[in-house]
Write a protein that binds this ligand. Structure first.
Ligand SMILES: [Ca+2]
Length: 698
C-alpha cells in the first residue's frame, strides 16, 4: 500500500531528487578520492585536484536549489465564498456561463465528490487550513463576538499552534501569502487574534474578519476595524474587493515567480449581499426578472473574470507546468428563509438537496478543479473518488515533498489529483448544529441532522439523540430522497457506531444508547432568520395557520431550542381564534426558568419565570377572538404584552439565569408548567402567523 502511494504521488519526485543529489555528491566525492590517490603518486597533478575541488564547491549547491525548484510546484488555492456546486457552468449552472472557470476545468481535473468539512465559513476554513476536523480547535460554526462565541462553546480564533499548510511549506522554502477573507479570528470585539503570519503566511491582506492589513467595504466596519487596530484598514467598495485581492495575488506571483510560492486567494465573493459594480447587472435582464438574481449573476461573472486574470498571469509567466492550482468553495449557496418571499435565494446546487447550513449534499459538496499543466490530465472528470477539504493540506504537502504528521485527520489524495481515481480509505464525518449552531435552512427539507458520515457510496445522517436517522445510497440517489434506514438497518447501525466513535473522539455529545428513529412529520415556524421545525403531533394546517383540536400539539426538541438565558431578547407574535377559554399557545419551560403565552378563562396571559418565581401580565377577556398579541421580554429583564396593538401591561421579570429545561411546545405545556396552571392545559382553536424573534448569533 505504502509503496503504491510512493509510486504514484510526486513525493517520489522529491525522493528521486534526494537520490539524484546524493548520487551526484557521491560521484563527485569518488572523483575527488581518485584524484587525491593519484596525487599521492604524482604531485604534478595538484593543479588538477584544485580545479576539481573548485568545480565541486561551485556546482554542488546551485544544483540543489535548481532541482528543488523543479520538484516543488508553486501552489495556488482559490477558495470562493458561498459558491454552490452548480454555480460554475462546467458544474451545471443553468442560466449563466463562467468561461474562465470552465477553461481551468478543461485544462485540469474536475472532482464531483469533493466535500468541505462544514456548511459554514469559519469552520470550513479551519479544516482546509489545518487538515484537521475543525472541532479539534473548537470552531464549529461561524466566529462571532466574544459573547456569541462563548454562548456556543466556541473559541474566539484558531489557535496559532494548529498545524497549517503554510507553516510546513514555508519551512520547506516556500514563500507564502493569503489574500482575502480570513474569518478564523479577529473582528467584531475580538482584538487579540493572531495575525496570518502566526499561521505561516509571509504576506497577507485579509478582509472581514481577520487582523493585519485588511479591506473593509462598509463605513461602520471601517470604524470598528480601525478601533481594533493591528494593521492598516483599507476602505473599498464591495464590488472592488475581489479585484484588489486578485491584484495582490498577481503582484505576489510576479515578485516570487522564480522560487516556489504558496498563495491563497480567498475572495469574499460570491457571499451575499450581492453588490456588483453599478450597471453591471443590467445585462442579465434577459436571464432573470428578479433584480436580486441579476445582482448575483453579475457578482458571479466578475468573480469568474478575476479568476481569468489570475490564470492568465500564471500562463503568461510560463508557470503552468510548475504551478498546481486548486479551485473550490467554502460551503453551499445562501439559504435565508426571508429570500423565499420573492423567489429562490441565489446560487445553484445542481441535483443536490440542501444549501448553506445543511449537511445534506448541497451544503457541503463543492465544485472542485485542480490544474497542473503536464502533471494532471486535462479535461478529466473524476466522479467516484471522495476527497475532503481536510485532505487538501496533506495532499499539497506530499506533492511538495514535505513531511505530513500522522495526527492529521486528512489523507493524501495526490494520486486522485494526478488522475488515478481511488476510494477514500476512511469515511468523512461532519458535525454541524446543536449546541454550537442553529440550523437556518430556508426550507424545512434543507435542514439536516447534526451528524453526517460519507463512506463509499453511503451517506448516513443522525441527531445526537438518535432521531432523524437517514441512510442514502448516493450512487443511486444523489438527491438524498429515499431513506434506506429500514431496509438496510444493519448498515445504519454500523455507521451509527462509527459516528458515535468519531463524536467521542471530537468531544461531541452523542447518545449511543438511544434507538435510531426515522424522521417524523414537522411544521416549520419562522424564528428570526431561521425556520424551527416542530415535531407535529396531530396539528392540521401549515406554517401560517395551525389548527388545534384540543389533543394536537407541536414540539421542538430542547436541543433545537434557541437559547434565551442571560438577557437575550425574545418576542412571540400570533393571532388566535380560540374555541376553548383556556389553554397554552406556546410554552418553553421548566420549574426554574421559562416563558409561556396562554389563555386563562378567556384572558391572554404572558408569564416569565426566573429562579422559580413567576411574573404574569394578564389581559381583559378576549372571548373567541380573533386576537393578535405580541409578547416581548427585553434584555434588561422587562416584559410586556400587547393585544390588538394595545399595551396591556409591563412587568419587571428579571433575567433568566439558565435555559428552560423543557422543549418548546405549542398548544400545550406537557412537562413542567411555566405558568400557574396544570399540565397539559391544551389549547383548542387556530393560531395564525405565529412567529418568534430571537437574537442572532445563537
Ligand atoms: Ca462561506
Amino acid at each position: 500500500m505504502a509503496s503504491k502511494k510512493i509510486q504514484i504521488t510526486p513525493q517520489p519526485a522529491s525522493f528521486r531528487f534526494l537520490t539524484q543529489r546524493k548520487a551526484t555528491w557521491i560521484s563527485q566525492v569518488c572523483v575527488l578520492v581518485r584524484a587525491v590517490t593519484e596525487t599521492v603518486l604524482s604531485f604534478k597533478r595538484l593543479s588538477c585536484v584544485l580545479l576539481l575541488l573548485i568545480a565541486f564547491v561551485c556546482t554542488a549547491k546551485p544544483m540543489h536549489a535548481n532541482e528543488a525548484e523543479d520538484t516543488q510546484p508553486n501552489i495556488v488555492v482559490i477558495f470562493i465564498d458561498d459558491m454552490g456546486f452548480a454555480d460554475p457552468s462546467c458544474f451545471g449552472n443553468p442560466l449563466v456561463k463562467t468561461p474562465h472557470i470552465d477553461r481551468l476545468a478543461a485544462q485540469g481535473i474536475k472532482l464531483t465528490n469533493f466535500y468541505v468539512n462544514s456548511p459554514i465559513c469559519s469552520a470550513s476554513r479551519v479544516a482546509i487550513t489545518t487538515g484537521q476536523y475543525q472541532g479539534r480547535w473548537k470552531i464549529h460554526s461561524f466566529l462571532n463576538s466574544r459573547a456569541g462565541n462563548a454562548n456556543r462553546g466556541m473559541a474566539n480564533y484558531l489557535d496559532s499552534s494548529a498545524p497549517t499548510t503554510a507553516k510546513k511549506l514555508k519551512a520547506a522554502g516556500y514563500t507564502t501569502a493569503h489574500f482575502g477573507k480570513w474569518h478564523m479570528g479577529g473582528g467584531r470585539d475580538v482584538d487579540d487574534a493572531p495575525l496570518p503570519e502566526a499561521y505561516g503566511f509571509d504576506e497577507s491582506l485579509v478582509s472581514f474578519e481577520g487582523l493585519g492589513d485588511r479591506l473593509i467595504s462598509n463605513t461602520k466596519g471601517v470604524e470598528r476595524a480601525r478601533a481594533l487596530g493591528h494593521g492598516k484598514v483599507i476602505p473599498c467598495e464591495r464590488w472592488e474587493r475581489m479585484q484588489i485581492q486578485t491584484d495582490r495575488t498577481i503582484d505576489f506571483i510576479n515578485r516570487h515567480q522564480d522560487k516556489p510560492f504558496y498563495v491563497r486567494l480567498f475572495p469574499n465573493d460570491v457571499h451575499d449581499a450581492h453588490v456588483p459594480r453599478p450597471g453591471s447587472a443590467d445585462k442579465f435582464k434577459t436571464v432573470s426578472d428578479d433584480p436580486y438574481a441579476r445582482n448575483f449573476f453579475a457578482v458571479l461573472q466578475q468573480m469568474d473574470q478575476q479568476i481569468g486574470r489570475l490564470i492568465a498571469t500564471i500562463d503568461a509567466l510560463n508557470l503552468g507546468p510548475k504551478t498546481l492550482i486548486l479551485f473550490t468553495s467554502d460551503n453551499g449557496p445562501t439559504d435565508w428563509p426571508r429570500k423565499y418571499v420573492t423567489g429562490p435565494p441565489a446560487g445553484f446546487t445542481g441535483p443536490y438537496r440542501g444549501r448553506k447550513w445543511s449537511l445534506f449534499e448541497g451544503g457541503i459538496r463543492m465544485p472542485f478543479i485542480a490544474r497542473w499543466t503536464g502533471k494532471i490530465p486535462a479535461g478529466v472528470t473524476d466522479s467516484t473518488s471522495v476527497m475532503s477539504a481536510i485532505d487538501v493540506s496533506p495532499t499539497l504537502c506530499r506533492l511538495a515533498g514535505v513531511k505530513v504528521e500522522d495526527e492529521l485527520d486528512g489523507l493524501d489524495r495526490g494520486e486522485v489529483l494526478l488522475g488515478k481515481a481511488s476510494p477514500r480509505a476512511r469515511p468523512v464525518f461532519w458535525q454541524y448544529g446543536h449546541p454550537h449552531a442553529i440550523l437556518k435552512g430556508g426550507k424545512p427539507e434543507h435542514q439536516s441532522p447534526t451528524f453526517a458520515m460519507r463512506d463509499g457510496r453511503w451517506k448516513f445522517l443522525i441527531n445526537p439523540d438518535g432521531s432523524e436517522a437517514q441512510l442514502f445510497d448516493l450512487e443511486a440517489d444523489e438527491g438524498e430522497t429515499t431513506n434506506l434506514l429500514s431496509s438496510q438497518s444493519n448498515r445504519a447501525f454500523a455507521m451509527a457506531a462509527q459516528v458515535s466513535k468519531w463524536a467521542d473522539d471530537l468531544g461531541f455529545q452523542y447518545n449511543d444508547a438511544a434507538p435510531l428513529t426515522l424522521p417524523v412529520p414537522t411544521i416549520a415556524i419562522p424564528a428570526s432568520n431561521q425556520l424551527l421545525r416542530f415535531v407535529n403531533h396531530g396539528v392540521s394546517g401549515d406554517t401560517s395557520s395551525l389548527q388545534l383540536n384540543g389533543k394536537a400539539w407541536l414540539n421542538l426538541p430542547a436541543f433545537r431550542a434557541p437559547k434565551v438565558a442571560g438577557g437575550r431578547s425574545l418576542q412571540i407574535k400570533a393571532t388566535i381564534h380560540p374555541s376553548s377559554s383556556s389553554g397554552v399557545i406556546l410554552a418553553h419551560g421548566g420549574n426554574r426558568a421559562g416563558y409561556s403565552v396562554y389563555l386563562d378563562k378567556g384572558q391572554l396571559c404572558f408569564v416569565g419565570r426566573v429562579n422559580g418565581n413567576s411574573t404574569v401580565i394578564r389581559s381583559e377577556v378576549v372571548n373567541d377572538g380573533p386576537a393578535s398579541f405580541e409578547a416581548k421580554w427585553n434584555p434588561n429583564g422587562e416584559m410586556y404584552l400587547k393585544v390588538d396593538g394595545k399595551l396591556i401591561g409591563k412587568a419587571e421579570a428579571g433575567i433568566m439565569q439558565q435555559e428552560p429545561a423543557d422543549s418548546i411546545q405549542i398548544g400545550a405545556d406537557l412537562i413542567q408548567p411555566v405558568g400557574n396552571y396544570k399540565t397539559p392545559n391544551r389549547f383548542s382553536g387556530t393560531i395564525d402567523n405565529l412567529t418568534f424573534k430571537y437574537p442572532n448569533g445563537t
